[in-house]
Each structure stands twice: as C-alpha cells, then as structure tokens.
Design a binder for this molecule. Structure first.
Ligand code: NAG
Ligand code: NAG
Ligand code: NAG
Length: 326
C-alpha cells in the first residue's frame, strides 16, 4: 500500500555537526522556539555544517523582531556570491536588509570561492547537495516558512541559482533571481526540465559575462542572455515571441506571463557592466567605477518578485509535486 505524505509532513534526515547522531527532523517545527542574536552575524565558526564530508559555512542576517514570537515562521532568502567573492561581500551587494526586515537572509560561502557549474569550480564539490543540506540544517536552527524560500545570486552565484532552478534540489524554492548571471550550465531550451519563477538583470555592457557573448567565458560556453530568457518563457509554457517589453530610461524590462502573471522577468540595463544594479551606488559592486549606471535599483525589484510567489503558487509546483508523489 502506498503511503502519501503532504509536503509539510516530510521528514528530513540531518547530520548534526559535532555529534555522531543522525536526527530525524520535522520540516517545519524544529528550529522554531530557539532564540538567536538579531542582525548580521558573520562569525563563520558559529555557522558551519558538513555536506558530503566537506566543512561548509555561511553568514546570516536575523530580523530585528525575530525573538518576539519564537513560533513565527520567516521567509528565507539564500543569496550566492560571485566567483572569488564571499557571503559578506554578497550581503553588502544585494543589501536586502536595507530594504526589508521581514526575511531571514543566508549567505553561503562557496568552496574555494566558487559555485559548481563552470570549469573553474572545484571538481567533486556538490553545491546542489550542499544547498539541500544547508536548508535541512537551517530548519533545525531557525523557524522557516517552507512556502517562502527564495534563491538569489550574482555572476557565478547567479548562474548557480539557474543550475538550482534546473535541478530537483530547486523544488524547495518558490522563486529564483539573479544579477549578471554566469549561465554556464544552461545552454539550450531543452536542457532544463522545470517551470520556475525566474527574474534576471544583466548589463548590456557586461565585460565579464557579455550580454551577447561571441566566445566562451572563463568557465566555458555561455548562452546569449536574450535567448536564455526566451527559453525560460518557453519552458513555462509561453510563446517566446510574445514578450511584453517596457522601455524605461536606461533599461528595458521584458516580461512573460505563462504559469502566472510575470513569472519570467528580465531587465536589460544599457550601460551597466558586471554589477548588481543599484540606483544609490552604495553597494559593494559600485566601488568599481565600471558600475556607474544608476538606472535600476534591483534589490526592491527582487523583493517585489518574491512577494508574488509561494511554493504552492510557483510555476510547475503541481508537476513536480505529482512527480515526487506528494
Ligand atoms: C570577503 O570579501 C571581502 C571583500 O573582498 C573582504 O574584505 C573580506 O575580508 C572577505 N571576508 C572573508 C571572511 O573572507
Ligand atoms: C568557511 O568555508 C570556506 C569555504 O569552504 C573555508 O575556506 C573557510 O576556511 C571556512 N571558515 C570557517 C571558519 O569555517
Ligand atoms: C528596448 O526595447 C525596444 C522595444 O522592444 C527595442 O526597440 C530596443 O531596441 C530595446 N533596446 C535595447 C538596447 O535592447
């Protein structure tokens, strides 16, 4: 006889660091009720886990009012840094906590500062499994709203968000967003089996991951960004020629409504190089003078995008839940 579980009843095995025990953890409840220091915590010794025998770590922002109601479930953003960077740098780049105090914000550190996908990443490092292990670990420590888990990233980290969107491991995420994504793992429309809520921004003057590459990047072949956006529209069930394009000063905004309103969104920023777009210029990337295009403030755009998606309403959620047997 088949036993059916709803998503909320699924239990996950989690290996607890520093203990021999394997704990069975309820997806929802276990981290609820624990107190945590609020604000940005960058002490890596306090935020470690083992994934596939490798010691990994992350930094975290805990909302100011986190301890007021220990049973409140918080939405979560996992934000992946660029190649050669680190979580603290990405925190200074996207600065979600400057715009909202309503999310747990987690900044994992890549192994040797890379994420899997490009040829320069360390062979054998499985960041998809790390992401799944990180979520299991976070659920034991924090009170997380499983309906509202989101992935964010820049460059190599943005490309990894796309890799995640194209994998089973991405099924725990309601929406995916990225800036200047290095899309090394996504080179054809049929290379990815999922429908997802996808948001990307890309500078037309990007010299690292060009908008219209004419040769391979440092990590391998890259797609034309405009093609890749159309692939997502097609994957989500849209006619890829039916984009809605809105011209704004300094950028074009392209969107498709396929599985829901504006489930594929793209910003092409005309004079921007390889940067997380900011209109105030006070984020990490804008220390680089090549980033002096102030036409779009991307972080509030991402937060608005996330606010429209939950795991249940996400494009394709029904398909992969059926496939998983939920
Ligand atoms: C993270 O990167 C920033 C910027 O490059 C650097 O100043 C900082 O020391 C790095 N932090 C760690 C923990 O490596
Ligand atoms: C954090 O992880 C990075 C990447 O694996 C590693 O280089 C660094 O030593 C770790 N730091 C701590 C304190 O665990
Ligand atoms: C912006 O969109 C308009 C309308 O589709 C198009 O004519 C124009 O070429 C686009 N600009 C760029 C730089 O892609």
């Amino acid at each position: 006889m088949l036993t059916r579980f709803t998503t909320s009843c699924v239990t996950l095995a989690a290996y607890m660091l520093g203990s021999e025990a394997v704990a069975l953890v309820d997806r929802h409840a276990s981290g609820c009720g624990k107190q945590h220091s609020s604000g940005y915590n960058s002490n890596l010794e306090e935020h470690r886990l083992v994934s596939k025998d490798v010691l990994r770590n992350y930094t975290i922002y805990v909302p100011t009012s986190y301890n007021n109601d220990p049973q409140k479930q918080w939405p979560l953003i996992i934000d992946y840094h660029g190649n050669g960077g680190n979580g603290s740098q990405q925190h200074d780049n996207s600065r979600y906590d400057k715009y909202t105090d309503d999310y747990l914000l987690v900044y994992p550190n890549g192994y040797e500062e890379h994420w899997q996908g490009p040829s320069y990443a360390v062979p054998g490092i499985d960041d998809l499994q790390f992401t799944t292990d990180l979520l299991a670990h976070l659920r034991t420590e924090y009170c997380i709203d499983d309906e509202r888990i989101y992935a964010s990233g820049k460059s190599n980290g943005g490309g990894f968000v796309d890799t995640l969107a194209c994998s089973d491991n991405g099924n725990e995420f309601a929406a995916f967003s990225m800036a200047a994504a290095a899309l090394y793992t996504d080179l054809s429309v049929d290379g990815c089996p999922y429908k997802r809520a996808i948001l990307e921004s890309h500078g037309a003057a990007d010299n690292t991951i060009p908008y219209s590459p004419t040769k391979s990047g440092s990590g391998g072949a890259l797609p034309q960004v405009a093609d890749w956006v159309r692939w997502w529209a097609q994957r989500n069930g849209c006619d890829p020629t039916q984009a809605e394009v809105v011209e704004k000063p300094g950028y074009n905004h392209t969107s498709y409504s396929c599985q829901g309103a504006n489930d594929v969104e793209h910003y092409k920023i005309f004079d921007l190089d390889h940067c997380w777009p900011s209109s105030s210029g006070d984020n990490y990337d804008y220390e680089n003078p090549r980033c002096d295009d102030y036409s779009l403030d991307f972080t509030p755009v991402v937060l608005e995008f996330y606010s429209r998606w939950t795991l249940s309403s996400a494009p394709g959620a029904k398909d992969w839940r059926m496939w998983k047997g939920d």
